[in-house]
Design a protein around this ligand. Structure first.
Ligand SMILES: [Fe+2]
Length: 135
């Protein structure tokens, strides 16, 4: 299990780097290469799973709250959340364990930030999902 978890974390780093640096910043989330990043509007091979995999972001005061309404179990769970600016600056990240009861995380919004953020959620079985969130 630990080896698989490390593999998943490595995959996340590669996918995150592709999201942050390999794609032009002006592209909409739905225009990422098919099969790399899934969105509510472009769920690809995971069509029908967007409701439980696309992360939901809300602003609560000065915090960005991220929720993925996905079950958490040893065999199937949300591995990680990340929040990035569209030019690749990491705002925050949280790695989950399958024993966590919910895939929820919270991040401080940088002072004065206005613009679009990319919020990602990685499922160990259903890959990387991205939601754009504008503050
Ligand atoms: Fe899943």
């Amino acid at each position: 299990m630990k080896g698989r978890r490390n593999f998943l974390k490595g995959s996340l780093v590669v996918a995150g780097a592709a999201v942050a640096g390999g794609i032009g910043r002006a592209q909409a989330a739905d225009k990422f290469p098919p099969g790399l990043v899934y969105t509510k509007g472009a769920p690809g091979r995971w069509a029908g799973k967007e409701g439980t995999h696309a992360p939901k972001a809300t602003l609560e005061g000065k915090n960005i709250k991220v929720v993925t309404p996905h079950s958490m179990s040893e065999k199937h769970y949300i591995v990680k959340h990340t929040v990035l600016t569209t030019d690749g600056k990491l705002i925050g990240e949280k790695t989950f364990a399958p024993t966590d009861t919910a895939a929820e995380s919270s991040y401080a919004l940088p002072d004065g930030f206005k613009g679009t953020l990319w919020v990602t959620s990685f499922c160990n079985l259903h890959d990387l999902w991205l939601t754009e969130f504008t503050v």
